[in-house]
Design a protein around this ligand. Structure first.
Ligand code: THU
Length: 133
């Protein structure tokens, strides 16, 4: 199954009664396995979670921790970009050169990289003075 097929299928399961904006995400991990996630909203709005976060949680729960490729899809006019928080979450498990394919349900797609989405990202290297002891 392609990432596009996997993300399109899982998007149908999104729980988005408040925004009515369903999102699907699919990750191919370093081992080649595919993990999916959809957004899960909550009546207490800030408790809702994004599709990317769900896919990452599924990957981690399965014992994998490196993203080789990720695709996100929604019914948006232009290919849907991950929110700021999800950019940071993706960067935790993906190299800067990893492809993030942003898609619409009507067939538009825009491949970008993790570095494109989160230039100058905060990383463990920025904490070295604090962790030196
Ligand atoms: N959403 C995602 O799942 N991923 C994104 O990258 C953008 C936004 C969800 C969160 C919320 O359930 C709905 O889309 C509207 O913001």
């Amino acid at each position: 199954m392609t990432l596009l097929e996997a993300a399109t299928a899982v998007r149908e399961n999104a729980y988005a009664p408040y925004s009515r904006f369903k999102v699907g995400a699919a990750i191919r991990s370093a081992s080649g396995q595919v993990f999916t996630g959809c957004n899960v909203e909550n009546v207490a709005y800030p408790e809702g979670t994004c599709a990317e976060a769900g896919a990452i949680a599924a990957m981690i729960a399965a014992g994998e921790s490196r993203i080789a490729e990720i695709l996100v899809i929604a019914d948006s006019p232009t290919p849907v970009p991950p929110c700021g928080g999800c950019r940071q979450k993706i960067a935790e498990f993906a190299s800067p050169d990893v492809t993030v394919t942003l898609c619409t349900t009507d067939g538009k797609s825009n491949p970008v990289t993790v570095a494109d989405l989160l230039p100058g990202s905060f990383s463990a290297s920025h904490m070295t003075r604090s962790t030196d002891g």
